[in-house]
Design a protein around this ligand. Structure first.
Ligand SMILES: C[S@@+](CC[C@H](N)C(=O)[O-])C[C@H]1O[C@@H](n2cnc3c(N)ncnc32)[C@H](O)[C@@H]1O
Length: 313
């Protein structure tokens, strides 16, 4: 099973280069997955660079316990949510790291393992929890949220134009039988979106599946909380690299960097600064780094990837 863990890493060279691997530095990889970034960073920072790698998915951790053995104590793997990175580092006795990496979203094995319920391409229970110790699944949300709440969820997290219609189809269906499988949800979405609109914008279920995944895993609030704390986890001169995969995530990263880069947040009409705002980051990427044409040709998943890099000041 472990050998089947295949994830093609996005923006591999670009991200590792941004994190400036050197022999005595230590980075935090908050989204270990198949370990593509971590492994290249370990290769480039040999023989003594170190990675503390976090993932909330048990399978990514088990996989890393196998391939990671070759790196001995240069790689420490912890099953946790990256929003708890501060306490993970404190428990390991690490005050600050030289680099932080996030490669957001799900890995290919999570998508490909039908039972996880992330994919509209396999019929499976509507689960979508990255950490299976969490209580609420996508099916629970579809059962418990009101029609209005589902509309807002599909619209805000999926940017789905047909949110209200899809929500009303879900509510009508659940009056007859519970909505519990990906196949059932895909059929509902297809029925709710008019045929002409269904032909635009990729798979018709893509946006609702994204919305449910974000909600089940609290992805946006976790990212916001982490980005608030992250500069304090970096030593001065350390770098932070975040790869996002949709506009909601990218906006959060861009704004968090911009806020951390501000020296003052007083109202402009105020004559003297009283806010005591401290600048913690310098943004190194005015525009995000995007995959090359060659990478886009090779890897579908790279399509919407954006890498933003900042430095601790
Ligand atoms: C896109 S994959 C990372 C791929 C990795 N960079 C590679 O090269 O193989 C994202 C991984 O981050 C994990 N993940 C997503 N959000 C997380 C969170 N809040 N805390 C911990 N792990 C998370 C997922 O379980 C998944 O394994």
């Amino acid at each position: 099973m472990h050998s089947a863990f295949q994830h093609e890493t996005v923006l591999l060279e670009e991200t590792v280069a941004a994190l400036q691997p050197t022999g005595d530095s230590v980075i935090l990889d908050g989204t270990l997955g198949g370990g593509g970034h971590t492994r290249l960073w370990l290769e480039r920072s040999g023989p003594s660079g170190r990675v503390i790698a976090i993932d909330q998915d048990e399978r990514a951790i088990r996989h890393a316990q196998q391939w990671g053995a070759a790196y001995g104590d240069r790689l420490q793997v912890v099953r946790a949510n990256f929003e708890d990175a501060g306490s993970v580092l404190r428990e390991l006795g690490v005050d600050a790291v030289d680099g932080i990496l996030l490669d957001l979203g799900v890995s290919s094995p999570q998508l490909d393992e039908a039972q996880r319920g992330f994919s509209y391409q396999h019929d499976a229970p509507l689960d979508m929890r990255m950490d299976r110790r969490m209580e609420t699944t996508a099916a629970d949300l579809l059962r418990d949220r009101t029609e209005r709440e589902l509309t807002v969820l599909f619209r805000d997290y999926g940017e789905e134009k047909w949110a209200a219609r899809i929500a009303s189809f879900v509510v009508r269906e659940r009056g007859q039988r519970p909505v519990e499988t990906t196949g059932q949800l895909v059929d509902l979405i297809k029925a709710a979106i008019p045929a002409a609109a269904r032909r635009e914008g990729g798979h018709p279920a893509k946006r609702v599946f994204q919305a449910l995944r974000i909600a089940v895993n609290g992805e946006l609030s976790v990212l916001e909380r982490f980005l608030q704390e992250a500069p304090d986890l970096l030593r001065v001169g350390g770098r932070m690299a975040v790869i996002s995969f949709h506009s909601l995530e990218d906006r959060i990263v861009k704004q968090a960097y911009a806020n951390a880069a501000k020296t003052c947040v007083c109202p402009p009409q105020q004559p003297m600064c009283t806010c005591n705002k401290r600048q913690t980051l310098r943004v190194l990427t005015r525009k995000p780094i995007e995959p090359s044409d060659a990478e886009l040709e090779r890897n579908q998943r790279a399509r919407s990837a954006k890498l933003r890099v900042a430095e601790r000041v």
